[in-house]
Design a binder for this molecule. Structure first.
Ligand code: PBG
Length: 328
């Protein structure tokens, strides 16, 4: 053949045809907006490491959530910043804690907005770890099974306040099963769990730890979050979480782990979420501020790529801006 009969550009040149054959769609409905809520009243506080994001208070939360909901974003993910922290996350399991109060306020004023809560100890512990530390063999390690009970109580407190879904982000073994049993025991069988199933020990969480005031005071999280080098292990983590009753499985971070998103989506016929984390947000934000990249184009491209890799849902601090750009 003298010339190729197949010419992909035929469908690329014509703007309408190009639109019609696009394989991936991105809309506000795919997005979840993470929000930080701190104890106390008064104005929201800007987060320096995440320009454009704030720690909300119970006074400002409703307005922030309403703004997101008005653009068609169907859900928010809440992180609590309590006044008091201790070794066993007492403020996190309190039915009158910051998250239960925030959930009640949101559900009262916006019953149609889905409220998801992050279930993890690190925001509520004085040592900043996602579990209960113990001494073992001259090392301080995180006690898996003692942590499960605290996570379960936290999840029950959130759901009792009206949370539509809980999202455990601690990476303890067996926590999805423990939370499922605890919820079922309180007659919350109908409330789904979105597990942070393949959550990596990532440098890209740096800005979040300032936002949530939750950096570990000693050591790091590599004893419980996944090793960056592992891909097969992500499938194992996802399988275990599904066996324990997870309804949605999440891969986190998103952009550096698109291979994992794709592998999870191909291996399991379940809804997959991906979390475009604080460091991914900050990279785009700061590069755009310096005039290095076009922010709006980078938002849409990165989120579209995450969808193309196989994510059904995307958790992103850009949810509001993205919803404005791509519509419903
Ligand atoms: C809590 C939690 C973290 C994130 C979500 N839940 C921090 C961490 O594990 O250190 C990170 C989110 C982000 O970086 O945007 N365990």
């Amino acid at each position: 053949m003298a010339f190729p009969t197949e010419r992909p550009r035929r469908l690329r040149d014509h703007p309408v045809l190009r639109e019609m054959v696009a394989e991936t769609r991105l809309s506000a409905m795919d997005l979840v907006m993470p929000l930080f809520v701190r104890d106390g009243v008064g104005p929201s506080r800007p987060i320096a490491s995440m320009p454009g994001q704030c720690q909300q208070t119970l006074d400002t939360l409703i307005e922030a959530a309403a703004e997101v909901a008005e653009e068609g974003v169907p859900a928010v993910l809440l992180f609590g910043i309590p006044d008091a922290k201790d070794a066993v996350a007492t403020s996190g399991t309190d039915p009158e804690g910051i998250i239960p109060r925030a959930v009640r306020a949101l559900k009262e004023s916006m019953p149609d907005l889905a409220v998801i809560t992050d279930v993890c100890l690190c925001e509520y512990t004085d040592h900043g770890h996602c579990g209960v530390p113990v001494e073992r063999g001259g090392r301080t390690v995180i006690d898996n099974d003692r942590t499960l009970d605290l996570l379960s109580r936290m999840a029950v407190a959130h759901v009792a306040a009206g949370a539509d879904m809980v999202a455990p982000s601690d990476m303890m073994d067996g926590r999805v099963g423990a939370i499922r049993r605890a919820l079922d025991g309180e007659a919350f069988q109908h409330v789904p769990i979105m597990s942070y199933a393949a959550k990596y020990a990532s440098a890209f969480y740096g800005p979040f730890r300032e936002a949530a005031e939750s950096p570990p005071k000693f050591g790091d999280r590599r004893g419980y979050q996944m090793d960056v080098r592992n891909g097969d292990e992500a499938l194992r983590e996802v399988r275990l979480d599904l066996e324990e009753g997870a309804d949605i499985v999440m891969v986190k971070p998103a952009l550096p782990y698109l291979d994992i998103v794709r592998r999870v989506k191909s291996a399991f016929s379940v809804p997959v979420a991906a979390y475009q984390v604080s460091g991914e947000y900050a990279m785009i934000k700061l590069a755009a501020r310096e005039g290095c990249i076009d922010e709006q184009a980078a938002i849409v491209e990165s989120l579209t790529a995450i969808r193309r890799a196989g994510a059904d849902l995307i958790l992103t601090y850009y949810a509001l801006e993205a919803a404005r750009l791509v519509g419903r």
